[in-house]
Write a protein of this length. Sequence first.
Length: 136
Amino acid sequence: MTKVPYEPEELVKLALKAKESAYVPYSGFHVGAALVGDDDNIYTGCNIENSSYGATICAERTAVVKAVSNGARKIKAIAVASDHEISTIPCGICLQVLSEFCQRDTLVYLSNHKGEYKACTFEEVFPYSFKLNNDI
Ligand code: THU
């Protein structure tokens, strides 16, 4: 956990670094995430696979679990990176988990393996999420 004011490029670099720790004996596909919490700490995560495939945890959720279990309750920004040459987009389960802690304007940096990223708001990536009190 590093306490620093972030630059998007810095967050993307940390996501790329985090993917180096990915435990991916089944897919070989490394994913890393780095988020800034409302405590201004940066939390990183990688995907951790399991021989019972459904027990795999994605990089984004690893980072969220680290942040929230440390007391953070909001995500100010998040970067995601993988081995792919195109930008990595969080899967549906991760988007739903992120929706609990992101705001509509939370910045999401979707990076490729070279650190070239596309910046979006959380709302652009995931306009609707499940809520107990949905009213659309
Ligand atoms: N994965 C992530 O870490 N994040 C996502 O948003 C989508 C997929 C991981 C899970 C699995 O270890 C590998 O990528 C291939 O699906």
